[in-house]
Design a protein around this ligand. Sequence first.
Ligand code: SF4
Length: 145
Amino acid sequence: MDYAINWGRIWSLWPVHIETACCSVEFGAASSPRFDVERFGIIEAFGSLRQCDLVVVQGTITRKMAPRLRLVYDQMPEPKYVIAMGACAITGGLYFDSYNVLPGIDGVIPVDVYVPGCPPRPETLIQGCMLLQEKIKRMKARKFV
Ligand code: SF4
């Protein structure tokens, strides 16, 4: 049963994009026909946070934005997953020592996969998505049913 439920989840991940800086351009490239992230089940369109199960943070998050990021995460139904894309989302990146920049989003929401780079190339992002799929495969799916 776990296998069947997780199989469905893996091939229909619906992301909400938190796009605050240049990494978002690379996600756009990953969605383009050349890289076509949708062939791996990362569906690009969404209507509401209630339909999403994946947060992809692409760029710097300031301390002022942190509560909004948490609010977005809290509005999504379980199970939900998080990808931190790029150095800024992972560590604060170029702005790590700025007074108003978060030194990584994992102090605000739990991160499942870190995709390193500044910016990560589309192939790296796709590899991160596949790592997340591998992680979901090993999860106890019925916990959320
Ligand atoms: S990691 Fe680099 S490319 Fe990505 S948002 Fe930060 S500065 Fe821009």
